[in-house]
Write a protein that binds this ligand. Structure first.
Ligand SMILES: [Zn+2]
Length: 207
């Protein structure tokens, strides 16, 4: 079980820059929503987030609007790195957990740094696989920290909180080792750790 601390110095795969979040997002012209393909207007994309769509034969990949790592948009992020994937979905689409897990943290970065970070988020700890899952830009959060949840349990709904140009789900996977929710970037408790490529786990570990 990972201890949640606000004063932990996290080690990260991609070194976090110092300073406030506002300082590491360059001043740019906002992307048009159409840059994110089918996501954005809140009425297109998946109507339910159930991770079995990434199983062999599933159509999940058709709804990916931004992949992992260096992408066309990753210049906007810490270290020019998109630490997860973006999935097009309608506003309010229910999100079902791909795994049994413990709710490690929930929060709302918009309380600290409006429209600059993950907005409303849920962090799950999967003790079986020693992984941590992040779901971001939500509207509703339907779980409480410390609670154990089951696979396929409703955890929240897709929204457009935080830093985004349109409605979608941002999903990241981190290794449990080294993960923390240390306060960072003037955004309050912030998921930090060694992120991994979700595509190496979807359809296999999470199906
Ligand atoms: Zn994203």
């Amino acid at each position: 079980m990972i201890a949640i601390g606000y004063d932990v110095v996290a080690t990260t795969a991609h070194a976090l820059e110092s300073g406030t979040l506002a300082s590491w997002i360059p001043a740019i012209t906002p992307l048009s929503r159409s840059n994110f393909g089918p996501s954005g207007d809140g009425t297109s994309g998946l109507t339910t987030i159930n991770f079995n769509i990434f199983d062999k034969g599933g159509d999940g990949y058709e709804y990916i609007t931004q992949g992992y790592g260096r992408t066309s948009y990753s210049y906007m992020y810490i270290g020019n790195w998109h630490n997860g994937i973006d999935i097009a979905a309608v506003y309010g689409a229910p999100i079902y957990s791909p795994t049994a897990a413990i709710v490690l943290a929930v929060g709302d970065h918009d309380d600290f740094c409006p429209r600059l970070a993950f907005g409303r988020f849920i962090v799950l700890e999967d003790d079986t696989n020693n992984l941590v899952l992040l779901f971001a830009h939500l509207v509703d959060i339907d779980v409480q920290p410390g609670v154990t949840i089951a696979k396929d349990q409703l955890i929240g709904t897709v929204g457009n909180s935080g830093d985004e140009t349109g409605t979608h789900l941002h999903f990241s996977i981190f290794q449990s080792a080294g993960f923390s929710m240390a306060s960072a970037h003037g955004c309050g408790p912030y998921p930090q750790g060694h992120d991994v490529d979700p595509f190496n786990y979807l359809g296999t570990v999470y199906q």
